[in-house]
Every structure is written in structure tokens, then in C-alpha cells.
Write a protein that binds this ligand. Structure first.
Ligand code: GLN
Length: 533
């Protein structure tokens, strides 16, 4: 029988519910259980694909092309799972199904209501992963905060599911904030008590309280919370601010999270094994080297907009026993060669990640020029590859107005252009999404990095390298290091006579893991360390 864990949040948002869910996934996986994490978001967008990254953070992409919440990235990185379309559901997607059913007459003339029609659809989706994966444990994170109007149907569903699936198969975890009042030198439990009351009113009695805190919570306080919230004392788990997110599973296991969950779900005879993970965290926290990477982009005011890129740089640092310091550079601030030099001179390596729209593009092109002419290691991701190609076309071939038609539809040299099957009219879900094969050219830096001539990486873009200009760019030296065999699309470009200037049309950041850094990130950091010496 599959076991179900539901994680809700209370008091405030942004407590790291995603990290907590991912950490629990890792703990249970290390006990030999097959674990799947999933997230239910109460907002009305069908998926986060059309949301502004500055507002919502990065859009994480799965192998099968789902555009999802960034918490799925945490799940994959912690549990090394490959998640799918069914791993992230929004209220918008639920309502869309219900309304389509209504139009198709599937409710046979009945009145369509939140309860039971919307809740049935949510519950159906909550159980989909069980059917698809046959997991031992499904961890479901409910987005938002308990008491939000929009999350009510989701809370009602997890209440009903406990009734339907059996008490012994369900565990509710509630994550709250225990604030520390500096002046009074006191930690406060009242917000947690109120939040639990809120849940109780909705029919949910949490089994485990997870308390986000900046100082150690005394035993007496845990006992008090256990008493007031009807929870066993060993089920009050402190979630102390950690040095890094990768420490969180270690800390929470020390607090007894694995045992508490297994006790509630009747899972016996299993021990947590986080030794390898602990070794990785040790390497991460005791680096031998230091490297400074300029991340040049247009969404730099919200670092979460580049979350997986940042994590991948950390993984690449671990693989190189190096601390990676990120210098966040707003590409709009680079307006000529002089400002490029001023902003980038201190960097050992430069990365230009993905992005959409025309703002800040010229600054990125100047960045690629700086990296190419000063032989500074450069890694381009998606838009970062398109930028590399535009810069090469402009400054090596002399096509001064070369551009992507996304930026300048009237350019005389559209080196990056729409594919004929992209009409660009419907924005949601119409990008080239998910994993595609790439045949890697032997003898390239890309082949060296992957140690293979066939790779699969995930994509999220609309525009492509324009094959009309491929021969001329190649003649001028540009190395085509990877091509999608099915459609002959250029996937990776490298610049010759340069220590390491490599860019892919795909997003290698989605498959990087803390103990298995994405190969391009790893070699980019190696090259940047060499550049420093
Ligand atoms: N805007 C570009 C495109 O749609 C690049 C996308 C990206 O960087 N993810 O092709």
C-alpha cells in the first residue's frame, strides 16, 4: 500500500516548504523506499510557464516537457528523481479540466460545484503519481499558506483522502515559523498554535509539526507545542536555519524526522543512510579553491529566477572542490566595451543564462564579445547560446546588424529565427519543451565534458539557430559541437582558439545534481579556475 505525506505551510510563506519536502524525500529514499514528490499550487495559471521570472522565480522543466514550479527542482536535486507532467498541478489546470468536462456534457446535466467536482479532480490528480510510478511514498506539498481562500479545496482534498485511504496510510506535516523576539530574548509559539487551529477548523489534525527557527528550540517549548497542538513530542521537529539548503536533510534527520514519519505510517525496519550526502556537504562547506563567476542576465534582482543555474554552479564547485562566488551583473548596465570591461574584469568566468524578450540583449552581446576577445571562459545557456552566435556573426563575420528575430524582426541577418512550426501567437505551453537528443561532435569540448557523443538535455525555447547561415559561420571558425539528429537543429556551439567558450541551446541546469554536476558546468568551473591561476 502506498503511503501519503501531505505538507502544508502556516504563519508566513517562504519558509522553505519545498526544501523540507525534498529533504524528507531524500531521507525516506535513503531508507530504501521509492519516493515521489509532487506539488499542488493553488494559483489559477495553468502552469508557471507564462509567469514573469522576476515575480515567480525560475520555471523548472521536466524531461517530458512540463513547465513547473521551481520546488520541483529541489525535489529532483535532493532525491535524484525524474519528475513528470503529473508532478505539478495548479488550480488553473484543475478548473480547466472541470470546465472542459462540463462543456463536453460529462456531468450529465448536474450542477458543477467546487465540492465534489473540483475536489474529485484534485484528488484524481493527487493519486495519479501512485498509478504512474508505483511509489512506496508520495510526498505532496500544498502551495500557499493554511487559511488562504484559494487553497481551501486542496486542504479539503487532503482531509478526504485520509478518510478514503486509511488513517494509517496518511501523514500530515505542518511547517510553521517560530519567531525569535530579540528584545525579549524569547521564541514565540503562538503563531504556530493559531495556524494549527486554522487547520483543525478545516478538519486536519497535523501529525508532525516542523518548526522553522533561527535559534535552537528548547525541549520545554517543544513539549508545550506538542501539548497545545495534540502532537507527540517526538513529532515536533525543529527546522533550524542552515548554512546551506543541502544541510537541511542532515539537520532534520538528527531531529528524528525519518523515525517520526515512519512511526506514523507504520513503516518499520529501516534506517536512514545519509553518509554519502554528508560527505558531499562536507566538501561543499570546506572548499580548497575559490572562483568568481559573473552571471550576466536581465532578471538578476531576483536570484530565484536563476535558481537551477545557481545550484548547478554550486554542484560544479563541489566537483572542483571550489567555492563559487557569483557576481550578479545586470546586462542592461553593460552599454559599451568600456562598461563591459568595468563590470567583467574581476570575473574568472562568465555565464549568460536563459531569458526572453529584447531588454538587456545588447549588454549580453557585449559580454560575449568581452569573453571571446579576452579569452575568459564563457558558458551560454539557451539565450546565452543565441547571444554567442549573434556576437560571432556581428564581430567575426562583420554582419553588423545580425540578430535574433525575437529581438529585431527586420534584421538583414536573422542568425537566430523562428522555426516554421512556431507561430508565436499562443504563449502558454507552445515552446520547444523537454528532453531532446543531441549528437555531439567528436573532439569538441562538449564531447570531453560528457564523455559521450549522444546526450539528452532539457529545452525551453522558441527560437533556433538559423541553418541558412550555418556554413558561413562554420567557415568563419564557429564550431557546431552538437546537433539534434531528428530535425538537424544546432544544439551546441563552441568558439575556436579560446580556452573554453561553449554554449548550448538546452538547459543543462535542470539535470545537474549536487553529487553529479552537469558536465558543462563542471568543466566551465574547471576552466574558470585555470583562468584564475
Ligand atoms: N528567448 C529565447 C527563445 O525563446 C531563449 C529562451 C531561453 O533562454 N530559455 O528561443
Amino acid at each position: 500500500m502506498t503511503k501519503y505525506i501531505f505538507i502544508t505551510g502556516g504563519v508566513v510563506s517562504g519558509l522553505g516548504k519545498g526544501i523540507a519536502a525534498a529533504s524528507l524525500g531524500l531521507i525516506l529514499k535513503s531508507r530504501g523506499l521509492k519516493v515521489v514528490n509532487q506539488k499542488f499550487d493553488p494559483y489559477l495559471n495553468i502552469d508557471p510557464g507564462t509567469m514573469n521570472p522576476i515575480q515567480h522565480g525560475e520555471v523548472f522543466v521536466t524531461d517530458d516537457g512540463a513547465e513547473t514550479d521551481l520546488d520541483l527542482g529541489h525535489y529532483e536535486r535532493f532525491t535524484d528523481a525524474t519528475l513528470s507532467q503529473s508532478s505539478n498541478t495548479t488550480a488553473g489546470r484543475v478548473y480547466l479540466s472541470v470546465l472542459n468536462n462540463e462543456r463536453e456534457g460529462k456531468y450529465h446535466g448536474g450542477t458543477v460545484q467546487v465540492i465534489p467536482n473540483v475536489t474529485e479532480e484534485i484528488k484524481r490528480r493527487m493519486l495519479l503519481s501512485t498509478q504512474e510510478t508505483g511509489a512506496d511514498v508520495i510526498i505532496t506539498e500544498i502551495g500557499g499558506t493554511a487559511g488562504d481562500i484559494e487553497s481551501l479545496p486542496f486542504i479539503e482534498c487532503i482531509r478526504e483522502l485520509k478518510y478514503e485511504l486509511g488513517e494509517e496510510n496518511c501523514c500530515y506535516i505542518h511547517l510553521t515559523l517560530v519567531p525569535f523576539m530579540k528584545k525579549a530574548n524569547e521564541i514565540k509559539t503562538k503563531p504556530t498554535q493559531h495556524s494549527v487551529k486554522e487547520l483543525q477548523q478545516l478538519g486536519i489534525q497535523p501529525n508532525i509539526l516542523m518548526l522553522r527557527t533561527e535559534i535552537e528550540i528548547p525541549e520545554a517549548t517543544k513539549e508545550k507545542l506538542a501539548l497545545f497542538c495534540n502532537v507527540d513530542t517526538d513529532c515536533v521537529i525543529q527546522n533550524l536555519n542552515a548554512k546551506s539548503i543541502y544541510e537541511v536533510p542532515l539537520n532534520m534527520e538528527k531531529e528524528g524526522l525519518g523515525n517520526a514519519v515512519c512511526k506514523i505510517l507504520g513503516i518499520t525496519g529501516r534506517e536512514t543512510h545519509l553518509e554519502k550526502w554528508a560527505e558531499m556537504v562536507h566538501v561543499f562547506e570546506n572548499p580548497k579553491h575559490h572562483v568568481k563567476i559573473a552571471l550576466v542576465g536581465k532578471y538578476v534582482e531576483l536570484h530565484d529566477a536563476y535558481l537551477s543555474v545557481v545550484e548547478s554552479l554550486i554542484h560544479a564547485g563541489i566537483a572542483n572542490e571550489s567555492e563559487v562566488e557569483i557576481d550578479w551583473v545586470d546586462s542592461e548596465k553593460i552599454t559599451d566595451d568600456a562598461s563591459a570591461k568595468e563590470k567583467l574584469a574581476g570575473a574568472d568566468g562568465i555565464i549568460v543564462p536563459g531569458g526572453f524578450g529584447s531588454r538587456g540583449i545588447e549588454g549580453m552581446i557585449l559580454t560575449a564579445k568581452y569573453a571571446r576577445t579576452n579569452k575568459v571562459p564563457y558558458m551560454g545557456i539557451c539565450l546565452g547560446m543565441q547571444i554567442l552566435v549573434i556576437e560571432y556573426a556581428r564581430n567575426v563575420l562583420g554582419w553588423t546588424d545580425a540578430n535574433s528575430t525575437e529581438i529585431n524582426p527586420d534584421t538583414t541577418h536573422p542568425v537566430i529565427d523562428l522555426m516554421p512550426d512556431q507561430n508565436g501567437k499562443i504563449l502558454g505551453g507552445t515552446l520547444r519543451l523537454g528532453k531532446f537528443e543531441c549528437a555531439v561532435t567528436p573532439g569538441t569540448l562538449t564531447e570531453k565534458a560528457y564523455g559521450s557523443t549522444t546526450i539528452w538535455e532539457r529545452h525551453r525555447h522558441r527560437y533556433e539557430f538559423n541553418n541558412k547561415y550555418r556554413d558561413e559561420l562554420k567557415k568563419a571558425g564557429l564550431i557546431i559541437a552538437g546537433v539534434n539528429p531528428e530535425r538537424d537543429l544546432v544544439e551546441v556551439c563552441e568558439v575556436p582558439d579560446h580556452p573554453w567558450m561553449v554554449a548550448g541551446q538546452f538547459h543543462p541546469e535542470f539535470k545537474s545534481r549536487p553529487d553529479k554536476a552537469g558536465p558543462l558546468f563542471r568543466d566551465f568551473i574547471t576552466a574558470s579556475l585555470k583562468n584564475k591561476i
